[in-house]
Design a protein around this ligand. Structure first.
Ligand code: A3P
Length: 326
């Protein structure tokens, strides 16, 4: 019996099983044997119990901030590299491993009363994310926020403009969303980043091929914006957090900001920064009409999906997006 040196053996192994070359981190706590060899200072309670998966520009920062006020909910610590989001499951951070991920979660003092969560808005449309998230956090609950994909696309465009992106600053929104497949790559990339996350049904189906429908909670982004107190109440019910925290004394509409903000005292509120709830001109009607047509099949699939999931109401923005598309 002979064997090759370890390196060659490894290479041979991954030739035979190429699908295993990309690691998928499982949960050490799912198997007693793994748990036993895990370092004593590690705990399964240092992993999130729910994920706010996005998509971007739907109000995820508002939700993250409001959840962080909750006495028994703790968010991930901010990451300095990725605009405060950890973005573990979707990019090269994944290869930094479990210890790196867990270092963003504070060790709970009172385990049973703490709900750790993480918010990374790019998770929503990441191809590999549901599989990876499920391998590590099969019991986690998922929170997504949906609003008109046309408005989401426009908000993303404004966001890139405000960040000084030369393409967004040189091309109108209409030019971006109508860019053809022969357009320069940076323009096509921007177009895709405006349009692709809004294909909601497609992305949700991917999540639902790993997670059960009961693990998913969909928030109407318009409702979050207009009535965050009720939205957060419903969310707590979904998460089975008792007693429910009453947000009505903690959030107040700020007429100057035009959004709900955190109450700091009788007169004052603390709102999100100026990069959230930006001021910009309304979308051109021709762009909205074009996007209504573009998203028609996706929005129709979303209605079907929502009905299948047992939704009793269809969001008003979805009804609006589906009317007068000809
Ligand atoms: P705009 O800046 O285009 O208006 P995200 O945090 O996912 O990037 O989403 C940003 C969007 O959240 C903002 O987009 C804004 O419309 C929305 N939003 C909802 N509630 C908000 C709040 N209370 N304060 C600020 N923005 C809020």
């Amino acid at each position: 019996l002979s064997s090759a040196p370890p390196l060659q053996l490894g290479e041979r192994y991954f030739q035979l099983y190429p699908e295993e070359a990309d690691p998928v981190w499982g949960n050490p706590c799912d198997d007693l044997r793994h748990q036993k060899i895990w370092s004593r200072n590690k705990t399964c309670d240092q992993l999130p119990r729910f994920l706010v998966i996005g998509p971007q520009k739907t109000g995820t920062t508002a939700l993250y901030t409001f959840l962080s006020i909750h006495p028994t909910i703790s968010s991930n610590l901010p990451s300095p590299d990725t605009f405060e989001e950890i973005q573990f499951f979707n990019g090269k951070n994944y290869y930094k491993g479990l210890d790196w991920y867990m270092s963003f979660f504070p060790v709970a003092k009172n385990e049973s009363s703490r709900y750790l969560f993480e918010k990374s808005a790019t998770y929503f449309d990441g191809e590999l994310v549901p599989r990876r998230a499920h391998a590590l956090l099969p019991k986690a609950k998922l929170i997504t926020i949906l609003l008109s994909p046309a408005r989401r696309a426009y908000s993303w465009y404004q966001h890139t403009r405000a960040h000084g992106d030369p393409i967004a600053n040189n091309y109108s929104f209409h030019a971006v969303i109508t860019a053809s497949d022969t357009a320069p790559k940076p323009l096509r990339d921007l177009r895709n980043r405006c349009l692709n996350p809004g294909k909601y049904a497609q992305h949700l189906e991917r999540w639902l091929s790993y997670y059960l429908p009961q693990q998913l909670h969909i928030i109407d982004g318009e409702q979050l914006r207009q009535n965050p107190v009720e939205t957060l109440h419903e969310l707590q019910r979904f998460l089975k957090i008792t007693p429910a925290f009453n947000y009505s004394t903690h959030l107040r509409y700020d007429p100057k900001k035009g959004f709900f903000c955190q109450v700091t005292n009788e007169e004052r509120t603390k709102c999100l920064g100026k990069n959230k709830g930006r001021q910009y001109p309304p979308m051109e009607d021709r762009s909205y009409k074009l996007l209504q047509r573009y998203y028609l099949s996706h929005n129709t699939a979303l209605v079907k999906l929502l009905k299948r999931l047992g939704s009793r109401t269809i969001p008003q923005w979805l009804k609006d997006d589906l009317t007068d598309t000809v």
